[in-house]
Ligand binder design. Structure first.
Ligand SMILES: Nc1ncnc2c1ncn2[C@@H]1O[C@H](COP(=O)(O)OP(=O)(O)OP(=O)(O)O)[C@@H](O)[C@H]1O
Ligand SMILES: [Mg+2]
Length: 287
């Protein structure tokens, strides 16, 4: 089942009277599988944040249809099912972290009963309990990002839309957020995130959709996308030094070639760079 269905989504912006039209999204049609973690990838300005805002119903598309759990996005039922971390969370600096998450919890329709417990649970999930009574104005960028995640989680939504969830977060913190996203998946939730951290995406996400200049240039399971980049990785636990020559000869006798003997975690990075390049020259890679 798809949590999100997009059909022919196009979005044009005009930045002023008489200004040239910018086509931010150009005919995006795709389904985001429920219960999976999907990454939206693409260079700066490729349309990721615009697409996420259309899914949330915060922006209306110029053309096309968007449904969240079968309901047109923007409807109250669709909004209630979704938690959102914006690209640049804009919080009231004089509120504490706790007050901020409580504010969003009330906005999200939670009643007062059991509210503090739910707010604390969300803050604990992002590891910010010790700082929760400090004002947001005194937070570092990473701490603000974590509070942003806590407010997205506080209503226990079935769909999480996270626009660059680890931007400004240090590597250890990013690994914790990766683990949190995997736990959300284990609970049956759907996560759609945008990111430029390709190695992390490869570890955390099941699927990826790549945009370039507002067009979808690739989509699929990450292991399959990375495999498309070419080559087969063999996991060899141990091999005596003198056997490498034999292995190379064995492969070459069968038309193969041993081209790399290191651990390879760069498959998705390679397909990203190659696909975006292809997208630039006008060739679209089918999903
Ligand atoms: N409100 C707006 N008015 C005019 N143009 C806009 C507006 N919002 C986005 N755009 C344009 O739409 C295009 C896509 O922008 P978007 O923010 O969706 O990109 P992105 O993929 O999220 O980029 P990044 O990786 O930098 O976050 C860009 O050309 C941008 O300048
Ligand atoms: Mg963006």
């Amino acid at each position: 089942m798809n949590a999100i269905e997009l059909a022919g989504i196009t979005k044009d912006f005009r930045s002023g009277a008489g200004a040239a039209r910018i086509r931010a999204l150009d005919g995006i049609s795709l389904g985001i599988e429920a219960g999976e973690v999907t990454a939206l990838l693409g260079p700066n300005g490729s349309g990721k944040s615009t697409l996420l805002k259309i899914i949330l119903g915060l922006l209306a598309p110029t053309a096309g249809d968007c449904r969240v759990f079968g309901v047109p996005s923007g409807c109250v039922e669709a909004r209630r099912a979704v938690g959102y971390l914006p690209e640049t969370p804009d919080f009231y600096p004089h509120l504490t972290g706790f007050e901020t998450v409580r504010f969003y919890a009330r906005m999200g329709g939670l009643t007062r009963a059991g509210l503090p417990e739910r707010v604390w649970a969300a803050i604990a999930k992002v590891g910010l309990v010790a700082e929760a009574h400090r004002r947001i104005g005194s937070y570092s960028q990473g701490m603000r990002q974590r509070i942003g995640l806590a407010q997205a989680l506080v209503t226990d939504p079935w769909l999480l839309i996270l626009d660059e969830p680890t931007s400004g977060i240090d590597p250890a913190g990013a690994a914790e957020i990766g683990a949190l996203i995997r736990r959300l998946k284990a609970e049956g939730r759907t996560v759609l995130l945008s990111s430029h951290q390709l190695e992390q995406v490869e570890e955390v996400c099941d699927r990826a959709v790549m945009l370039d200049h507002g067009r979808q240039v690739a989509a699929g399971r990450i292991d399959e996308l990375a495999r498309r980049a070419g080559g087969i990785m063999l996991g060899i636990e141990s091999l005596p030094e003198n056997a490498w020559g034999e292995l190379r000869a064995w492969l070459e006798a069968r038309g193969g070639r041993l081209h790399d003997t290191r651990m390879n975690r760069t498959g998705l990075r390679r397909v990203f760079l190659e696909t975006v390049q292809r997208g630039r020259s006008g060739e679209i890679c089918p999903p």
